[in-house]
Design a protein around this ligand. Structure first.
Ligand code: PNS
Length: 174
């Protein structure tokens, strides 16, 4: 039987424990899982593509059937280039469903040979998103338990000047 290759595309800005949970689950049901980071020059990211590749590679290095890569252009074209037959996406809550359904059906229209597979992360991560992690970390809040330690450390280093400025403003009222 032909091995089933799946891609797990996303921005991963930054990688969260919810992403890692889904990667673990996906790696158990697919023969190979390619975590594919979108290179999007139009969207300003907090972490550079190299930083995101480094973090994802470090956090998945124990798994022989997981590969980390990046892509630009249409996701379906990338999937065909790497011989993937499935796309893995996570659904946390009903609110994700509408956008994910629209994207899955549009991708099916573009490339009917590619099947979208939805998986649910652990309930503990059902409210977690990279956008909220960025916002909380930028405003000096704790993201402990929401992202891997390595990501937490990198967020602290990157946002250190912003956190210091915020603390100074709070002290001086300016
Ligand atoms: O982590 P995100 O930001 O929710 O991931 C969205 C992503 C990268 C899966 C989506 O934006 C995507 O596939 N972009 C590539 C361009 C593309 O194929 N667009 C058509 C989608 S129907």
């Amino acid at each position: 039987m032909k091995p089933v290759i799946a891609i797990y595309p996303g921005s991963f800005d930054p990688l969260t424990n919810g992403h890692l949970d889904l990667i673990e689950r996906g790696s158990k049901i697919f023969d190979e899982l390619i975590v594919a980071i979108l290179r999007n020059p139009e969207k300003e990211a907090l972490f550079s593509l190299d930083e995101r590749l480094e973090m994802l590679r470090a956090m998945t290095k124990g798994h022989a059937n997981i590969r980390v890569d990046s892509f630009d252009g249409l996701m379906v074209d990338y999937a065909m280039r790497v011989n993937a037959s499935a796309v893995l996406r996570g659904i946390r809550a009903i609110s994700d469903y509408e956008y994910e359904l629209q994207m899955a059906l549009m991708n099916r229209k573009l490339e009917p040979r590619l099947e979208t597979v939805f998986m649910m992360p652990a309930e503990a991560y059902s409210y977690l998103s990279s956008r909220l992690v960025r916002e909380i970390a930028t405003l000096g809040g704790s993201v402990s338990g929401l992202v891997p330690n390595m990501v937490e450390e990198k967020l602290r280093k990157k946002l250190h000047p912003a956190i210091k400025r915020r603390e100074r403003r709070q002290k001086t009222g300016r």
